[in-house]
Design a protein around this ligand. Structure first.
Ligand code: BES
Ligand code: MN
Ligand code: MN
Length: 461
C-alpha cells in the first residue's frame, strides 16, 4: 500500500474541502447557532456519500443529529466504526484571534513550516474527523478497502454527548463493530508519533454563592456583611492544600495508583520541562507534589476553576458588594473514580465549608468516565503497524489528560475497544483563540489511516 501518490495528486482539494467545512460555525453550546450545526451535519452527509459510503443518513436525536454512514463490502469481514464530532467549541474570546475563527486561513508557523489552517475546529475535531473521510475516499477510489466501515459523527461532543448515549442504547445492532477508530486526540510531536491509550474522566459543576438579597453600596455595608465574591474565592482556595492535593474528603479513595515500573515506562517519553515552560511563557511549572508534569496531566485527578464571575466588570470603577458570585469548576478524573460519586463528594464538601453568612448552590453539569486501553489488542497493534509504515517508527503509547466521555460508554454499550489515533499537537490551541491544524499533520493522518484498515483486516483473520 502506498497512499502518498494519491494524496499528492488531490492535496489541494483535500485542503479546500476542509476549509469549506470549517466555515460553518457549528457551535453546539450556543443555541443561536442551531441552524449552522444542522447545516454541518448535512455537509458531512454529502462528504461521506462522495467518499464512497453506500448509505448515509442523518439520524435525528433529542438533540443534534448524528450522521451515520456505512460501506459494507462483505458481512463476514471485520467492521471498523469511525467516531468523530462535527461540533466545535465557542470561539470566545473573539478579540484574541488574529483572524476570524470561521474564516479559515493558512499561515506558516515555527512548528508548521508547510502551513497550518487557522480556524475554530481545524484540529478539534473537524480536521481530524475529515482525515477519515478522505482516507475512505482513498480506499474506495483505489479499490483497497479490506473490510467494512461505519461512520458515526456526532454534533454534541463539546457539550457532553447526551444524545449519543441515547443513540448507542437504541442502535446496538446497527453500530455493531470489531473496533472503534477515533482521531480526536494528539501525538507527542511530528518526529515522535504516539497513540493515546488513556483519557481522563470529568465532573463539571457550577456553583453559586449568595450573600445579601441585593447588591449593596460597598461603603455603607462593606465590612459588615459577607461579600459573596470574597467568600467564593476563599472557598475555592480551600479546595487545594499546600501540596496541591485536593482536600475533598474521599476524593482520592478510588484513584488507581500506578506501579513504579509503569511510571518509569511513562517517563521514557521524550519531554523537556524547559521547552514546556518556554512555550507557555511560565517561570515555573505547578502541580501536585510528588508527580512529574506528564503524570500530573494524565494519571492524576485535578480540580480547576474554568470561569468565575460576579460584581462589576465593566469600564471604570463601581463600588459595590454583589449579591451573588459564580464559578464553573471541572474535575478531571482517573480510572476507577466514579464521576457521579465525585460530584456528590464535591457538593457535600463545598456546602460544608460555606460560612453561615452565605447560601451555596451546587449544580452538576455533565460528567464522564476515564478510559484506558491495553496495547496488546489487535486494534492497537494494527494502529502501531500503520504508524511504522508511514513514520518509520513505532509509536509510543501515551495517556492523555483530555476527556472524550463517550469512549467509556462505547466499551460498555458496544463492547468494543476504541483506538485513539490522534494527529494533533498540544500547540494547536484547541479550545483557545487561534486554533490551527498543521497541513502536514492533516495529510499524514490521511496517509496513515488506510494502513490501519489494511493491518486490522489482515490481523483479524
Ligand atoms: N478532543 C477533545 C478531547 C481531547 C483533546 C482529548 C486532546 C485528548 C487530547 C474533546 O473534544 C474535548 O474537548 N473534550 C472535553 C470534554 C467534553 C465533555 C466537553 C474536554 O476534554 O474538556
Ligand atoms: Mn474533540
Ligand atoms: Mn474539544
Amino acid at each position: 500500500m502506498n497512499t502518498k501518490p494519491y494524496i499528492k495528486k488531490h492535496k489541494d482539494r483535500f485542503i479546500n474541502e476542509l476549509i469549506e467545512l470549517l466555515k460553518i460555525p457549528s457551535i453546539s453550546a450556543d443555541p443561536a447557532y442551531k441552524n449552522d450545526v444542522i447545516k454541518t451535519s448535512e455537509h458531512i452527509k454529502k462528504s461521506l456519500e462522495d467518499a464512497g459510503c453506500d448509505q448515509v443518513e442523518i439520524c435525528e436525536t433529542p438533540g443534534y443529529p448524528i450522521v451515520y454512514g456505512e460501506k459494507i463490502i462483505n458481512p463476514d469481514l471485520p467492521t471498523v466504526l469511525v467516531y468523530g464530532h462535527y461540533d466545535v467549541q465557542p470561539p470566545d474570546p473573539i478579540n484574541l484571534w488574529d483572524s476570524p475563527p470561521f474564516e479559515p486561513v493558512i499561515k506558516n508557523t515555527e512548528l508548521h513550516p508547510e502551513g497550518a489552517i487557522f480556524a475554530r475546529g481545524a484540529c478539534d475535531d473537524k480536521g481530524q474527523m475529515y482525515m477519515h473521510v478522505k482516507a475512505l475516499e482513498y480506499l474506495t477510489a483505489n479499490n483497497e478497502l479490506p473490510c467494512n466501515v461505519k461512520f458515526m459523527i456526532e454534533g454534541e461532543e463539546e457539550v457532553g454527548s447526551e444524545s449519543l448515549g441515547w443513540f448507542l442504547e437504541n442502535n446496538r445492532e446497527k453500530l455493531a463493530n470489531d473496533v472503534i477508530l477515533i482521531s480526536d486526540t494528539g501525538m507527542i510531536s511530528k518526529e515522535v508519533p504516539s497513540i493515546t491509550t488513556g483519557l481522563r474522566g470529568l465532573s463539571y459543576v457550577e456553583v453559586e454563592v449568595t450573600g445579601p438579597n441585593r447588591d449593596l453600596h460597598s461603603g455603607l455595608y462593606g465590612g459588615a456583611v459577607a461579600n459573596p465574591i470574597n467568600i467564593l474565592c476563599d472557598m475555592i482556595a480551600q479546595l487545594h492544600d499546600e501540596n496541591n492535593h485536593i482536600t475533598i474528603p474521599g476524593f482520592y479513595d478510588k484513584v488507581e495508583e500506578l506501579s513504579k515500573e509503569e511510571r518509569a515506562e511513562m517517563a521514557k517519553a521524550p519531554f523537556s520541562q524547559e521547552d514546556y515552560n518556554k512555550a507557555l511563557d511560565i517561570a515555573q511549572e505547578h502541580g501536585e507534589k510528588g508527580y512529574t508534569t506528564n503524570e500530573r496531566n494524565s494519571i492524576r485527578p485535578t480540580l480547576d476553576v474554568n470561569g468565575i464571575w460576579g460584581g462589576y466588570t465593566g469600564e471604570g470603577a463601581k463600588t459595590v458588594i454583589a449579591s451573588k458570585a459564580y464559578a464553573k469548576i471541572s474535575m478531571r478524573l482517573v480510572p476507577d473514580q466514579d464521576w457521579k460519586e465525585i460530584t456528590d463528594l464535591f457538593q457535600k464538601h463545598f456546602e460544608s465549608i460555606a460560612p453561615k453568612s452565605v447560601k451555596v448552590k451546587v449544580s452538576p453539569h455533565h460528567g464522564g468516565t476515564a478510559y484506558v486501553t491495553p496495547i496488546d489488542s489487535v486494534g492497537y497493534q494494527a494502529a502501531s503497524k500503520a504508524y511504522e509504515d508511514t513514520f518509520g517508527k513505532t509509536p509510543i503509547p501515551q495517556r492523555s489528560g483530555g476527556s472524550i466521555p463517550i469512549v467509556a460508554l462505547f466499551e460498555k454499550e458496544l463492547n468494543s475497544k476504541s483506538i485513539l489515533m490522534g494527529f494533533g499537537l498540544d500547540s494547536d490551541a484547541i479550545h483557545s483563540p487561534n486554533e490551527h491544524f498543521g497541513i502536514w499533520n492533516y495529510l499524514k493522518g490521511i496517509e496513515t489511516i488506510p494502513h490501519f484498515y489494511k493491518h486490522f483486516a489482515t490481523m483479524s483473520k
